[in-house]
Write a protein that binds this ligand. Structure first.
Ligand code: SF4
Length: 340
């Protein structure tokens, strides 16, 4: 029988397995504590379990761990980690420090199939979905191996989280579960390029997490050019579904907008963006375009960025300018490629 990484299971799934193994359900909390609080590597280390249960677990499961292949530290304190997966593929994870918080930007896929023009992950093409244990494993590694005090999680690394819907949702449950990684739902953000059916399903789960939409253009023609996914899920339908999400969950929506010189930085672009943000009561997160190998997109100069923000504010849109972190190590938005 092929063994499974035990960290692919949510606490409910593990509880059911424990009962199937003819053990008391309370053992589940003990096992989870060893896995997520103490971060042990083997069932033999779970000293408050009977040797019999340790053996039963070892017969069905293993405890996987990511392998750190490279660690880069930026001048601004941001850190980027290249992890090797069991099958030899690579993913990247970023840790961003700010006063009182340590945010981990996790990957959900090796590569990505959506080919957004401004993104290094999209250039690599799709390799495979990550398993829940590989998504949460990025956080477990930073917590237990490197002793970071992780406070916030953003699903904005390599891959499209909602294209790996089931594993992403499982990972969110494990991250949020107080018996597992115990990070509040309000400190977890999923960012999506706009997979409408998955947003609909997510809405019905009412997880109380934050939803962030990678918008980057306020009209279909430009958005389809920058983000081919827009041809399948055009803006009007996307905005409609995001509005439904907001009404059902009452969670604030963020619109990510990478500002690209002479592409999406005109007054007309600002007007379209403000209209969408105001309709969704969303906050615009403005990100000056970063350098990505293989494309010649650049950020507007500081005056043009200020002008764009002024237009938005005049139209009563709520906007914040994201301070770029980790650009010198290729760890900023759109730069993750997972290469080795
Ligand atoms: S921006 Fe997101 S969806 Fe688009 S190619 Fe990059 S990882 Fe994929």
């Amino acid at each position: 029988m092929k063994k499974e990484d035990i960290k692919n299971l949510t606490s409910d799934e593990l509880r059911k397995k424990v009962v199937v193994l003819k053990e008391s359900a309370y053992r589940t909390d003990q096992i989870l504590s060893w896995l997520y609080v103490k971060g042990v590597k083997s069932f033999a280390q779970m000293s408050n379990l009977t040797p019999e249960l340790q053996k039963k677990l070892a017969n069905s499961f293993y405890i996987g761990e990511l392998e750190l292949a490279e660690r880069l530290i930026s001048n601004d304190g941001t850190q980027k980690f290249l992890f090797k997966l069991e099958d030899g593929n690579f993913i990247e994870t970023v840790l961003i420090k700010a006063t009182g918080r340590e945010t981990v930007c996790v990957s959900t896929q090796a590569g990505c199939k959506f080919a957004c023009k401004f993104c290094a992950s999209g250039k690599k093409g799709f390799i495979r979905n990550l398993k829940p244990s590989e998504i949460t494993g990025q956080i477990v590694y930073l917590k237990h191996k490197l002793n970071f005090h992780v406070t916030n999680i953003v699903f904005m690394g390599m891959g499209e989280p909602l294209d790996n819907y089931l594993n992403t949702v499982k990972a969110v449950k494990i991250i949020n579960d107080e018996k597992c990684l115990n990070i509040a739902a309000r400190r977890i953000t999923i960012s999506t390029c706009g997979i409408i059916p998955a947003i609909k399903k997510l809405k019905n789960l009412n997880l109380q997490i934050n939803l962030s939409i990678s918008l980057h253009a306020a009209d279909d023609k430009l958005r389809s050019r920058l983000m081919p996914v827009n041809k399948k899920y055009p803006l009007k339908k996307l905005i409609n579904e995001v509005e439904n999400y907001f009404k059902a969950t009452n969670r604030k929506i963020t619109l990510e907008y990478i500002l690209m010189k002479s592409i999406n930085d005109s007054k007309c672009d600002a007007e379209g963006l403000a209209r969408i943000a105001n309709q969704l009561k969303a906050t615009i997160n403005l990100i000056p375009c970063h350098e990505v190998t293989g494309h010649n997109l650049t950020a507007p100069d500081k005056d043009a960025i200020d002008r764009f923000i002024k237009h938005l504010r005049r139209l009563e849109a709520n906007v914040t300018l994201r301070v770029s972190k980790g650009t010198d190590i290729g760890g900023a938005c759109g730069q993750l490629a997972g290469k080795k």
